[in-house]
Design a protein around this ligand. Sequence first.
Ligand code: UD1
Length: 424
Amino acid sequence: MEKFVIQGGKKLKGEIITSGAKNSVLPILAASIMSNKKSIIHNIPVLQDVKTMVKILEYLGAKVSFKNHTVEIDPSGINRYDAPYEFVKTMRASIALLGPMVARSGKAQFSLPGGCVIGPRPIDLHIKGLQRLGVDVKIEDGYVIADAKKGLKGNHVFLGGTFGSSVLATANVMCAAVLAKGTTIIEFAACEPEVSDLANFLVKMGAKITGIGSPCITIKGVKKLDGVEYSVIPDRIEAGTFVLAGAITGGNVCVKKCQPFHMGAFIERITETGVSVETGKNFISIKGIREWKSVDVVTLAYPGFPTDLQAQMMAFLSLADGVSVITEKVFPERFIHAGELNRLGANIQLDGPRAIVRGVKKLLGARVMASDLRASAALVLAGLAADGTTEVSRIYHLFRGYENFDKKLNQLGADIKKEKDTIQ
Ligand code: UD1
């Protein structure tokens, strides 16, 4: 295993280019199997999760090439409809294949994703949505077994759950509805830009979808889809992480090729801390300051503040002047990074789904352990701002979702070295 060794205290400055959105790429690659024709998808980030998805697609029988940030996929040879535990355990998002697989083959057999460090990850909404389209779904030996014996049939599907909308349940039901007979209305659909990106990809393939980006999506079923060429949107979570990396070091950073329009809630909160933010059509530029103010943050489904930036924001607020309250409304247990940030000298107290972050004057380098993808990013940001050396173990989590994270930060003036780790 590898670790990052970070010499903190360097102000970041310069420009950085945003990669393609991980959370778009995974469902889009999955949806490409709904045609029998070849698709070419551009702006694909080189990430462990993308490599895992490519492996699953190859396992299913597709021909895939992944070069120069482009994936070419020929799904015509697909002859399997299962995703075993070995794949699903490393990447929960493999569930994004459930809808496309049922649409393509009329059946699917998927290992259940189970819980993870950010809390329970139920799939009741995925199951309920598919059942409304006429799919028989049962759970056996840790597998979801879906069978659309009588074909897929459009219906009215209400997809709201205890914690609101679901990104991948919306993706799955939308995909299945595209090749169903008749019209489907998804009420309480997730509005995340990545769901819209998937919908736009499907429309290019020949799907009939209206209400894209709204909580009520209407899909008129079509008989078949074409192969297409498509480019995915920039990763708003990566862009936000780099904005925070600049801000936490008091540096000046311009994040290019991003879409600030997708980042309203985040930009609003950062601006309230006193950091100077300038945005254009596809860039965000920040001028860091020495002392920033505390702000309260509530994570919500889009267009609310994204849960995927909560950990990084917590790292930033741990150095703010005053007390910030962070309320996690999407994954209420997603706070495992708080304890590790405290090891660096932060003062964070947990109270159920809330974290009380009392700003401290400085953080001090220490050894910390990454627990999940975004928590890892938060620890790296804290390490950039801390005095002395911070060692972050288990950085393999980071490479699931950030392309060249250390290289990009070093390009901005950070001092991060990747070294062999003795901790397993
Ligand atoms: C996606 C993102 C992930 C992000 C999350 C929330 C991808 C590949 N991953 O994950 O990065 O953190 O959205 O923005 O796009 N829920 C249920 N029942 C279900 C499904 C979800 O109760 O059947 C709950 C979840 O436990 C959670 C909330 O709904 O509390 C939102 O989860 P969801 O939007 O489904 O997350 P994912 O789509 O798995």
